[in-house]
Design a protein around this ligand. Structure first.
Ligand code: CP
Ligand code: NVA
Length: 332
């Protein structure tokens, strides 16, 4: 396959063709094998990357840091406080300054428009580590995990249950439709993804001979699914006063044993994490005390069951993010 991503940004999957996505997945698989075989792959020795996080992170930050170090690069982390960005220095100025020092810039923050602005003013590749609208590196890990567990994904079905307007659901719809995977989302109508993106994805799906289904009916949505996916009911940056309303709206869409029984017998469970599947977190405990609910988007039973591939997914963040950095930073 003749794909060259050198110098490219990775801002959203809409910007990438099917062939380019397939190439990144193949590269991730090869890099995973190297890591597992303890084969050195410090191909980008001498380069440096900067990671800008305006929101919290465990997986994404660690995957970028370890990925960069495995590739032989130096890494700087800048958190929500401590840099001049946004407060005393515009995004455009920050992008130009960082481009003079680094070979690549990762950004996690709020509006997609901010990362687009950053990329416009940067002379080095910019990678999206999550915005309100998209979470494209997550989807590469999700699809790699599906390939490892299911095999060829053409004609298979993934269903997302929960807040289908969020970054994860929207990005899943894009990647599934580009790769010819049937996509369903199960949510109350007010939490369906926006029509414009649905229309765009329907075109991709049509080209690939796959389908997109938006439904409020859990049985219909989950029927014949090979992968059942959910995410938190309230995303980072949303106001905590929304919890009560969101719990009411999304409780019927919780992934539990009964929901899994509607899917194909060998269906896997996926979640980008972090997850509220018990009360062993500060927020999980607060919600339990306030609303009397101990498990939210997924029950602990499903989360810890054999069909749950969430830790494979988390590990695959490393290999796929490494692939994105390598593909966009290597010489042509
Ligand atoms: N899935 C994911 O992006 O996790 P973090 O928020 O921990 O990076
Ligand atoms: N939708 C979630 C994803 C976290 C990885 C959020 O934005 O908080």
């Amino acid at each position: 396959m003749n794909v060259n991503l050198s110098g490219r940004d990775f801002l959203k999957l809409l910007d990438y063709s099917k062939e380019e996505i397939v190439y990144l997945l193949g590269l991730a698989k090869a890099l995973k094998e190297k890591k597992q075989n303890h084969e050195p792959h410090n191909y980008l020795k001498g380069k440096n990357v900067v990671l800008l996080f305006e929101k919290d992170s465990t997986r994404t930050r660690c995957a970028f840091e370890v990925g960069a170090m495995d590739l032989g690069m130096g890494v700087t982390y800048l958190g929500p406080t401590g840099s001049q960005m946004g407060k005393k220095e515009s995004i455009a100025d920050t992008a130009q300054v960082l481009s003079r020092m680094y070979d690549g810039i990762e950004y996690r923050g709020f509006e997609q428009s901010v990362i687009e602005e950053l990329a416009k003013n940067s002379s080095v590749p910019v990678w999206n580590g999550l915005t309100n609208e998209f979470h494209p590196t997550q989807m590469l890990a999700d699809i790699l995990t599906m390939q490892e567990n299911i095999g060829d994904l053409r004609g298979k079905k993934l269903v997302f249950l929960g807040d289908a307007r969020n970054n994860v659901a929207r990005s899943l719809m894009v990647i599934c439709s580009k790769l010819g995977i049937n996509f369903a989302c199960c949510a109350p109508k007010e939490l369906f993804p926006d029509e414009e993106l649905v229309k765009t994805c329907e075109e991709f799906a049509k080209n690939e001979g796959s389908t997109i289904l938006l439904t409020e009916d859990v049985v219909r949505g989950v029927k014949n699914a090979d992968a059942v996916y959910t995410d938190v009911w309230l995303s980072m940056g949303e106001d905590s006063s929304l919890w009560e309303q969101r719990i009411k709206l999304l409780k019927p869409y919780q992934v539990n044993k009964e929901v899994m029984s509607y899917a194909n017998p060998n269906a896997i469970f996926l979640h980008c994490l972090p997850s509220f599947h018990d009360t062993n977190t500060t927020i999980g405990k607060e919600i339990s005390e306030k609303f009397g609910i101990d498990e939210m988007e997924v029950t602990n039973e499903v989360f810890t069951s054999k069909c749950s591939k969430v830790m494979d997914q988390a590990e695959n963040r490393l290999h796929t993010i490494k692939a994105v950095m390598y593909a966009t930073l290597k010489d042509e």
